[in-house]
Write a protein that binds this ligand. Structure first.
Ligand SMILES: Nc1ncnc2c1ncn2[C@@H]1O[C@H](COP(=O)(O)OP(=O)(O)OP(=O)(O)O)[C@@H](O)[C@H]1O
Ligand SMILES: CC(C)(CO)[C@@H](O)C(=O)NCCC(=O)O
Ligand SMILES: [K+]
Length: 247
């Protein structure tokens, strides 16, 4: 059995591989304070994995805690994927390829498998990232912006007049503070995505496919006018691609 682990800035997403398919587990917070406890809670009952593939953007502390835990209980350290210049049909577009966030790198590897032609991937997580891949697997670069929750939090933190942001309203323009914040933040994200898709289409000479992932992907997809596909386990699928090539 293999274990796939996507350690984000907010949450750890993970799944086990059974018959070459991903069976997703319950995500848990990636915060260092609770990490060891969460690992024991969610993973102690698993069969011992032969291989562990991980992608981590939550810092070396998280990496150390997870490695210590798997060493202690399974006698086995995870293989932490690093961003490379070229692998699995993807050519990294960064000037310094190792500086591209490894979650973005792994999502491009998954995107390359899923998409038939040129494609863009949006990760609607703690941060919102947008990356472009041409029909030959060349990464044309991307964008990094705050994610939905982070935008809302910064409004609450840095203004006196915005406090309550709980809202189930779904009109585009809000008629109270919470609805105006919800709409503003969603419009910031969907506006970024739609403008970026147009820009990508210009560079590609063709309309790209659009794939969304991350905790807020469904909410963003519901508001997007552009056609898109939501793939919740995109990063785990990229890790599975890497796992297959090793075993
Ligand atoms: N059950 C949940 N717990 C926490 N956040 C959730 C949950 N469901 C949806 N979200 C949303 O998901 C967002 C975080 O997304 P995700 O969990 O993909 O982020 P992440 O762990 O930081 O991953 P990454 O670092 O890859 O972006 C938050 O903005 C939050 O609004
Ligand atoms: C942008 C985030 C935070 C998204 O999770 C992550 O990919 C990251 O820390 N990246 C490093 C910076 C970069 O990708 O240019
Ligand atoms: K940071």
């Amino acid at each position: 059995m293999s274990l796939l682990v996507d350690i984000g800035n907010s949450r750890v997403k993970w799944g086990i591989v059974q018959d070459d398919r991903i069976v997703s587990g319950q995500p848990f917070p990636s915060a260092a304070e609770s990490l060891e406890k969460s690992l024991s809670h969610y993973w102690l009952s698993l069969p011992v994995p032969h291989r562990i593939y991980a992608c981590n953007v939550a810092g070396s502390n998280a990496e150390q805690i997870i490695t210590a835990w798997t060493q202690r209980y399974w006698g086995n350290a995870p293989h932490f994927v690093r961003s490379a210049e070229r692998s699995y049909g993807v050519l990294n577009g960064y000037e310094e390829p190792e500086k591209l966030g490894v979650d973005r790198w792994v999502s491009l590897i998954a995107l390359r498998m899923l998409a038939r032609g040129p494609a863009c991937v949006v990760d609607c997580g703690t941060a919102l990232t947008f990356d472009v891949l041409d029909a030959d697997g060349r990464h044309l670069g991307g964008l990094i912006a705050p994610g939905l929750a982070m935008m809302k939090q910064s409004l609450v933190r840095d203004t006196k007049g915005i406090r309550d942001i709980d809202c189930s309203d779904s009109r585009f323009f809000g008629r109270n503070t919470a609805a105006a914040v919800k709409g503003g933040v969603l419009a910031a994200c969907t506006g970024l995505i739609e403008r970026s898709v147009r820009e990508a289409a210009k560079e590609l000479g063709q309309m790209p496919e659009l794939v969304l992932t991350g905790g807020d992907a469904n909410e963003v997809a519901d508001t997007l006018e552009a056609p898109c596909t939501v793939v919740p386990d995109l990063i785990l699928r990229g890790l599975l691609r890497i796992a297959r090539s090793v075993s």
